[in-house]
Ligand binder design. Structure first.
Ligand code: ZN
Length: 384
């Protein structure tokens, strides 16, 4: 970073991966795995401190960000002014802008899935910058783009043909694995690009008890115990066959969709047999989370992210499922513990009965277990 460049107008103009910044648990409030608008200001300030107040930013966000953001008014204000560009998947626009306008990129994402379409990334590592916290301050650092071999890219995109070891929650060793937060540290792996900075799906476990990333098969880093934890089950609607399960931590929203580059849970992961059904699911289809109500009870909340083939809810009446009702797009809908969501008409998503409390010696009131959550009669669409 030669000082001579600082005086040239435009030399340090940057495009900012706003969703990636706002979600980053590396920034204060550190460790929180939901997006905060203030994190964007911290990073922009750190960049200005290095490169002067004259730098201009192009801000690009995924449109799902606003659904989980602490301060949606700020987001909407900037979007309506044209100061924040919003796309269903922001990465393509970020990379197009960076390439065409020579902008720096502020992100923690290594854009591994985009390397074939953007070969310039590997030739321009100096254009990519990330952030860290050092001595209580936000610092800008080189992201450290490294060459991804063609083999790594195809593995990252396909992430299939994996051998899955069944994890048994009554096995103490496996229970500890389920209750641990994991991170893939292979920067060329799609799992390393998750906004929550942790693996969003269950890990692979070998018969010897080694814990591996389900995408790249490398050993995972343990981050410590998870927050209280539930589990979602995804099923092929026509046959009832299970497609996958994934963990849901309290107050940690997860995007569910299709494709390795979605930044969320990719339903098109492993199994060819469900391909036709999963093809009806949009790339960014649903945002889902477990909401805590004053520690007294919990509930699942879902937002359809404007998916092409829609989401419906089947309410459990106590004896049978009611007729499916479409979820209004972009609105929060409370999902009862026995209700089912239907994605694209072809894929069901529901809660399993599992409830894990991961801190040793801690327990929670029975009301927090899934079977004791309020039923469908108490459920409604709550807010925009
Ligand atoms: Zn990985």
């Amino acid at each position: 970073m030669g000082r001579g460049y600082d005086s040239l107008v435009g030399t340090w103009d940057a495009v900012v991966d706003v969703s990636n910044v706002c979600w980053s648990p590396q920034l204060p409030p550190q460790g929180r795995r939901t997006p905060f608008w203030h994190r964007l200001e911290l990073v922009l300030d750190a960049w200005r401190e290095l490169h002067g107040n004259g730098v201009r930013y192009t801000l690009v966000a995924d449109d799902s960000l606003v659904r989980a953001l602490d301060n949606p008014a700020e987001y909407r204000g900037l979007r309506d002014n044209g100061e924040l560009l919003v796309r269903p998947v922001a990465d393509s626009l970020i990379l197009d802008l960076a390439r065409d306008s020579g902008l720096h990129v502020i992100t923690r994402d290594h854009y591994v899935d985009y390397r074939p379409r953007h070969p310039w990334i590997e030739n321009s590592p100096e254009k990519f910058h990330c952030w860290s916290m050092t001595d209580g301050r936000v610092r800008i650092e080189p992201l450290g783009i490294v060459h991804a071999s063609a083999q790594t890219i195809s593995r990252a995109i396909e992430s299939k043909d994996l051998q899955r070891t069944r994890i048994h929650s009554n096995d103490p060793q496996h229970r500890k694995i389920l209750g641990t937060r994991w991170k893939c540290v292979n920067m060329l792996c799609v799992e390393a690009a998750q906004w929550q900075d942790q693996l969003l799906t269950w890990p692979l476990v070998t018969p010897e008890g080694t814990v591996l990333c389900p995408s790249c098969h490398r050993p995972l880093l343990a981050l410590g115990p998870r927050d209280p934890l539930y589990e979602a089950v995804v099923e092929h609607r026509e046959s009832g066959a299970e497609i996958m399960r994934f963990p849901l931590e309290v107050n940690s929203p997860v995007t569910v969709g299709r494709g390795a580059a979605i930044k969320g849970v990719n339903l098109a992961g492993d199994q060819d047999s469900f391909r036709t059904a999963v093809m009806r699911v949009s790339r960014q289809h649903l945002l889902v989370w477990i909401e805590d109500l004053n520690g007294a009870t919990r509930r699942m909340v879902a937002v359809d992210l404007g998916s092409r083939n829609g989401t419906a809810v089947e309410r459990w009446t106590g004896a049978a499922f009611d007729r499916p009702k479409p979820l209004p797009p972009s609105r929060e809908t409370i999902i009862g513990s026995k209700d089912r969501l239907i994605l694209g008409g072809t894929v069901n998503l529901r809660l399993s009965g599992k409830h894990y409390v991961t801190y040793p010696g801690k327990s929670e009131p029975a009301a927090l277990a899934v079977p004791f959550w309020p039923g469908a009669e108490n459920n409604a669409t709550v807010s925009g």
